[in-house]
Design a protein around this ligand. Structure first.
Ligand code: ADP
Length: 442
């Protein structure tokens, strides 16, 4: 593994911090906007209220003054100022802008007053004012409260944001922790616990675990293949070395050399075939075998394999024939399925004595496409039936026949890589039947 780019372990912490800052900024600015709008609305509604009060009073006092003169106005004011909580200031100016009546004279500081003015028909002016001090007081207290509220919002936003982002980042951190441990230790059996929630993080965790399962399967398959290959090649390679050593021993003899070299070529060929088949089996078993799936009729694959072995069957005086021969569409790798059919026919011919019969059936049964290879050969003893699928297993009676003991392992691996099954039934002395089942294509 390349270590050109290593990820510093505090990345997710920084990501969490960035999220917190984003969240807090958004929360604080929107809260601040709400606070500001509340303040402005309160302030303007207080001003409006003051304005309405003095406008109403102005109308009332102007009427009293117009009807009853200064005396009536003074009386009304007196009564109202005693009974009403709202204190207002009233001034009446005659035509020469002389104040002829002034209530609460000490309060006429125009800078802190909200004033409404009305000119009467006789030229006199009535003015009503109200102090804005109370309003400013309320607003000052309101500002202080809002200041505290804003402070509380900032604290809540920062801590809430931190807690929320920490819990959001926690699964990511667990995931990256597991990845880091796998990188550090090379162990692929580590899994990240999934939360089970219906969210993107859980989906990522599940996918990540599935990917690890797959990698683990591939690594296991490759390790197994390597173990097998190194173990299985030891015997032929030792044989190869033995014959070379034997040839070199003693006096130089061209005939012996020639014989040893011919043996070596033969043995090397066997080793190569064995190596390729073992690799194919491992690939198929680990799911790494590339399958070019296409739709075809199982009969076509069977017919090609029959054609391939026609001469062999003829030479051994064995009848190689089609039996049940029905439409059987499948979605599979045509070349690999032909290889399966050829291997089964090859075995049937190998283990059937001269004058025997090998029959190939193709049919669909209950949604399954079936390829059956029946022979009238030696059969397989009960004790060997379970072992024939093992790599390099060769039956007692097959020692005299050519073969590596890999044919059926390859058949099984290819069929299972297609999601199918392969089975056998046999009657020693009477023959065997091998059946391959694949999903029939719609
Ligand atoms: P090989 O044929 O090279 O020995 P295979 O993996 O194809 O290896 O088969 C494993 C064993 O299964 C054979 O050695 C033989 O004993 C048995 N076998 C396979 N096919 C048949 C058959 N059609 N009839 C009898 N025995 C069979």
């Amino acid at each position: 593994m390349s270590s050109a780019e290593t990820v510093p372990p505090d990345r997710s912490a920084r990501f969490g911090l960035r999220l917190t800052v984003w969240y807090a900024t958004l929360f604080i600015s929107s809260s601040f906007a709400i606070v500001l709008i509340t303040y402005l609305l309160t302030s303007s509604s207080l001003a409006q209220r003051d304005h309405q009060i003095i406008e109403a009073k102005l109308g009332e006092y102007a009427t009293v003054y117009a009807n009853g003169g200064l005396r009536a106005l003074a009386e009304t004011m007196d009564v109202e100022q005693r009974t009403s909580g709202e204190r207002v200031f009233v001034r009446v100016l005659d035509g020469g802008s002389e104040a002829v009546l002034l209530s609460n004279a000490e309060g006429w500081n125009v800078s802190t007053l909200e004033v409404a003015t009305l000119q009467l028909r006789d030229g006199s002016i009535v003015q009503v004012g109200k102090s804005t001090e109370a309003r400013r007081d309320i607003l000052a207290r309101f500002r202080a409260t809002l200041g505290l509220v804003t402070l509380a919002i900032i604290v809540i936003a920062l801590t809430g944001g931190w807690i929320a982002t920490q819990s959001a980042v926690a699964p990511i951190r667990r995931l990256s922790g597991a990845v880091r441990r796998i990188i550090d230790t090379g162990r692929t059996d580590e899994r990240v616990p999934a939360s089970g929630e219906d969210d993107a993080i859980n989906e990522l965790t599940v996918l990540f675990n599935q990917m690890l399962d797959r990698i683990e399967g591939l690594v296991r398959g490759m390790r197994g293949a390597l173990d097998n290959v190194s173990h299985d090649l030891r015997t032929p390679l030792t044989r190869l070395r033995g014959s070379a050593e034997l040839a070199l021993a003693g006096e130089p003899d061209p005939d012996r050399y020639r014989e040893a070299l011919a043996d070596s070529v033969e043995e090397s060929d066997r080793v190569l075939v064995m190596l390729n088949t073992l690799m194919d089996i491992s690939e198929a078993e680990s799911g790494a075998m590339p399958l070019k799936k296409e739709r075809f009729d199982l009969r076509d694959a069977a017919a090609r394999a029959i054609e391939l072995y026609h001469d062999v069957a003829d030479a051994e005086d064995i009848v190689l024939e089609q039996g049940v021969w029905a439409d059987a569409p499948v979605l599979a790798d045509r070349v690999r399925i032909e290889q399966v059919a050829a291997n089964l026919i090859d075995n049937a011919l190998k283990y059937t004595t001269d004058g025997g019969r090998v029959t190939i059936d193709v049919e669909v049964d209950g949604g399954r496409a079936r390829l059956r290879v029946r022979d009238t050969g030696v059969g397989i003893p009960e004790s060997e039936l379970a072992r024939i699928w093992e790599r390099l297993f060769r039956g007692d009676r097959s020692r005299t026949e050519r073969g590596l003991g890999l044919g059926l392992s390859l058949v099984k691996a290819i069929v299972e890589a297609h999601g199918g099954t392969v089975g056998v039934s046999s009657e020693p002395g009477h023959g065997s039947t091998f059946t391959v089942s694949l999903d029939a294509a719609a």
